[in-house]
Design a protein around this ligand. Structure first.
Ligand code: SAM
Length: 349
């Protein structure tokens, strides 16, 4: 296995068979070597810096019915909320005072968020905080909509592709959603000059090693600046309530592999990783991750953005406890950067 890791380090690529071997390796020695190499590569490009993003969960309304997601439209018990323009701006004000220089607006696909509304909020944030980056994560939209949002000042867009394989995609999503449109969105966003984030859930129901390899191949084709992966965690009010969640070990293995395949990518240690293991996020940071996204949403709505069971939304996960988060980042051997934190080598078209 060592030779595979060294090859991946040098060539940033492996054959499908080799990738399968590494993905399925489950010995501690391989995990440790992968971790070490991933850490070396992240340090080569990003030093010990960890970038913080203030996550503002702007709406729990969603028109979609993704089978894994707690805020899917069929979940009649989900508590719905949406933030007003004033509430979003007040989150940014708090975050800016705390030293955050990226604001991520994420939400369900809520028809209330027209281009006009979002463009207004984005341009106001950019006017007030010109040294900050604005990231959007509000799902699938038209090319024209992405273009307007970009012109309003949005810098980045997160849209996990979820599953590159068509048949897996269709088992995780209702039939009106297609991987073809998801990919179209991602390529549109790239063309428009966004820093783009794609990614997938690890251990999603029905996911096999072959599916994961297809995801890695799609990421090679897309070459996103950010890659978000985290374990699938079941939600009790979804059709996948009884499915097994993704494991910490496989998630870490894939983070290590991603760091070696995409040396300059921004890789978040996700909330889902911190949810399945107490030190999951720190382990992620030690395995190539360089981004953490503490929750900046108003405290009153946090529990309502209920994507999966036991989702963390307080303590180190939230901006009220940034000192503790910083302490845990320091104790993992890294330092919080106060920069905007763009991807190394990213140049605007
Ligand atoms: N609507 C936007 C979109 O589709 O990109 C953003 C919101 S969506 C809820 C954000 C991400 O949450 C999804 O990309 C999905 O991967 C993740 N997610 C949803 N349900 C999850 C679950 N049960 N376990 C882990 N991650 C989940």
């Amino acid at each position: 296995m060592n030779t595979l890791i060294e090859k991946l380090c040098k060539e940033h690529n492996l054959s499908d068979n080799e990738l399968a071997e590494l993905i399925e390796s489950d010995d501690a020695e391989t995990a440790e070597l992968l971790r070490q190499r991933a850490d070396e590569v992240r340090q080569l490009h990003y030093g010990k810096k960890v970038f913080l993003r203030g996550l503002i969960e702007i709406s729990s309304y969603c028109r979609n019915d993704c089978l894994y997601c707690g805020i899917r439209r069929s979940n009649k018990t989900a508590e719905r909320y949406r933030l007003t323009r004033e509430e979003i701006l007040s989150c940014c004000e708090n975050g800016y005072a705390l030293g955050l220089r990226t604001f991520v607006m994420q939400g369900g696909e809520d028809a209330f968020f027209t281009d006009e509304f979002l463009c207004g909020v984005v341009s106001e944030i950019k006017e007030k905080y010109p040294d900050c980056a604005v990231t959007l994560s509000v799902g699938e939209r038209s090319y024209e909509s992405y273009k307007r949002l970009k012109e309003a000042g949005a810098d980045r867009y997160l849209l996990r592709h979820e599953a590159s394989d068509e048949s897996l995609y269709s088992k995780l999503h209702p039939k009106e959603l297609t991987i073809a449109n998801r990919k179209r969105c991602l390529f549109d966003l790239k063309e428009l000059g966004y820093q783009v984030g794609a990614g997938f859930m690890v251990g999603a129901p029905f996911q096999t090693t072959e599916h994961i390899i297809a995801d890695l191949r799609f990421l090679q084709e897309l070459q996103p600046q950010m890659i978000g992966i985290g374990p699938f965690v079941p939600h009790h009010m979804t059709p996948f309530a009884d499915k097994k969640g993704g494991s910490l070990e496989l998630t870490l293995r894939l983070l290590g592999i991603l760091r070696l395949m995409f040396p300059k990518a921004l890789l978040p240690a996700t909330t889902a990783l911190g949810t399945i293991a107490e030190d999951g996020r720190e382990q992620g940071l030690r395995t190539g991750c360089n981004v953490v996204m503490p929750n900046l949403s108003p405290v009153m709505v946090r529990k309502k953005y209920d994507l999966y069971d036991n989702k963390l939304c307080s303590g180190k996960e939230s901006t009220e406890y940034l000192d503790e988060l910083e302490e845990s980042i320091n104790s993992a051997g890294y330092t919080v950067s106060r920069e905007r934190g763009d991807a190394v080598g990213f140049s605007k078209i």
